[in-house]
Design a binder for this molecule. Structure first.
Ligand SMILES: O=P(O)(O)OC[C@H]1O[C@H](OP(=O)(O)OP(=O)(O)O)[C@H](O)[C@@H]1O
Ligand SMILES: O=c1cc[nH]c(=O)[nH]1
Length: 211
């Protein structure tokens, strides 16, 4: 299956992303911008959800009206910690979505992910899955998350991030060529510590004010 990367270059997303990148942006502002961008990302990533038609009554007439077709709600899986920011935004748009969590942190020396938590809803086989993490740097965290999540056999699987490095995209698609990536931007490269350049710094620290 061909690997696919979609850069969602909507002007509102690009403007808000620039505000997030600025080093002087406060934790509160960073948080609210991530929620706003995530709603816009959710709009794009769900564009191909199938619809079916139901007969409803408006105050004036009967009509066949479109509703989402899948029987089971889709599931959004947050790669903690920083995925929580995207999750919060997406849930504002899709309040009935089911939610899974995978806890991963990057060992700062080896840059390999360490799993500390895993919980997803039942019936994953019948659900579309969107995995969210603002940053795909080396791609190792996203690969590890999708490795684990594929064990649950979701109906479909998409990865949504804010920023991706070219190295991370290549690494991810070498492992998971069937999983499309949606991102707001593809940056230049990684630095020697595995940070995205120019990037926005450490997404988790900026989101939670831990530095
Ligand atoms: O593509 P990679 O090289 O794996 O890096 C990306 C990961 O790094 C960040 O998380 P981090 O490990 O800093 O944990 P945190 O979200 O708890 O801060 C980010 O949110 C990704 O999960
Ligand atoms: O630039 C980066 C790379 C990994 N994780 C982050 O939060 N930022």
């Amino acid at each position: 299956m061909p690997s696919k990367v979609t850069v969602i270059d909507h002007p509102l997303i690009q403007h808000k992303l620039t505000l997030m990148r600025r080093e002087e942006t406060s934790t509160a502002k960073f948080r609210s911008l991530l929620i706003e961008i995530s709603m816009l990302l959710a709009y794009e990533v769900t564009r191909d959800l199938p619809l079916k038609y139901e007969v409803i009554k408006t105050p004036l007439a009967e009509m066949k009206a479109p509703v989402l077709a899948p029987e089971k709600k889709l599931v959004i899986v947050s790669i903690m910690r920083a995925g929580q920011g995207i999750l919060d935004g997406m849930l504002q748009l899709m309040p009935s979505a089911r939610v899974g969590h995978i806890g991963l942190y990057r060992d700062p020396h080896t840059l390999t992910p360490v799993e500390y938590y895993f919980k997803v809803p039942h019936d994953i086989e019948e659900r579309d899955m969107i995995v969210v993490d603002p940053m795909v740097a080396t791609g190792n965290s996203a690969i590890a998350a999708v490795d684990r999540l594929k064990e649950t056999n979701p109906k479909t699987l998409k990865l949504v991030c804010l920023l991706a490095a070219p190295e991370g995209i290549a690494n991810f698609h070498a492992h998971h060529p069937d999983v499309p990536i949606y991102t707001a931007a593809i940056d230049d490269c990684l630095d020697e510590h595995g940070y995205i350049i120019p990037g926005l710094g450490d997404a988790g620290d900026r989101l939670f004010g831990t530095k």
